[in-house]
Design a protein around this ligand. Structure first.
Ligand SMILES: Cc1cc2nc3c(=O)[nH]c(=O)nc-3n(C[C@H](O)[C@H](O)[C@H](O)COP(=O)(O)O)c2cc1C
Length: 171
């Protein structure tokens, strides 16, 4: 059985949640969905972020420093029926983006297996897994997958290697 098929059979029935500002994290989410067949759901803040980079950076720094969690648009799926939940975000200022913090905070993820993934540009890396553990202390949070931009053509291989490394392919 190929690595891809192994992952397909074992993570079927998972939930994939992603926030993305410029599309890369959603590309990774789609890559995970293509392999697992899981249910994918985007999240969006009620108030969109600024389009100009200086304003965006200023706002993100402020939100990250203060621990601000924005209100989200309605419509995200309930994690209740799922055992395995993938959660994705861009790396913003060495942590997860506030919309994902808001989703993690407002949902009870006790007893769930969480697989964090994030897109980044090769800058400051931070400890995104650790930040998620703080928000979901009763979940089993696996090693995070960091992908440069959208991972390009290597993405399926990057994801499958991560599945094997985390042991998720054996669940
Ligand atoms: C406000 C802001 C802060 C960022 N901070 C970091 C960082 O600390 N480390 C890093 O590697 N990349 C950082 N980036 C780059 C993004 O993580 C990268 O562009 C990512 O691919 C964006 O994902 P998205 O298309 O899903 O929004 C930052 C980007 C923005 C806009």
């Amino acid at each position: 059985m190929s690595i891809q098929n192994q992952a397909t059979t074992t993570t079927n029935g998972s939930l994939i949640i992603s926030y993305s500002y410029s599309g890369n994290t959603h590309q990774i989410a789609q890559g995970i969905q293509a392999i697992t067949g899981g249910d994918w759901c985007e999240i969006h803040p009620w108030q969109p972020y600024p389009t100009a980079f200086p304003e965006l950076l200023e706002q993100v720094k402020r939100e990250v420093q203060s621990g601000y969690r924005p209100q989200l648009l309605p419509g995200s799926r309930s994690p209740r029926p799922y055992k395995v939940i993938f959660v994705g975000s861009p790396n913003w200022c060495a942590t997860i983006a506030p919309p994902l913090s808001a989703w993690l905070y407002k949902n009870d993820l006790s007893g769930k297996i969480i697989l964090p993934f994030y897109s980044h540009c090769g800058g400051v890396s931070g400890d995104l897994r650790g930040d998620i553990v703080k928000l979901c202390p009763k979940a089993d949070v696996c090693e995070a997958l960091g992908v440069i931009n959208d991972g390009g053509r290597e993405l399926p291989e990057i994801i499958n290697k991560w599945f094997i490394k985390t042991g998720i392919a054996d669940i």
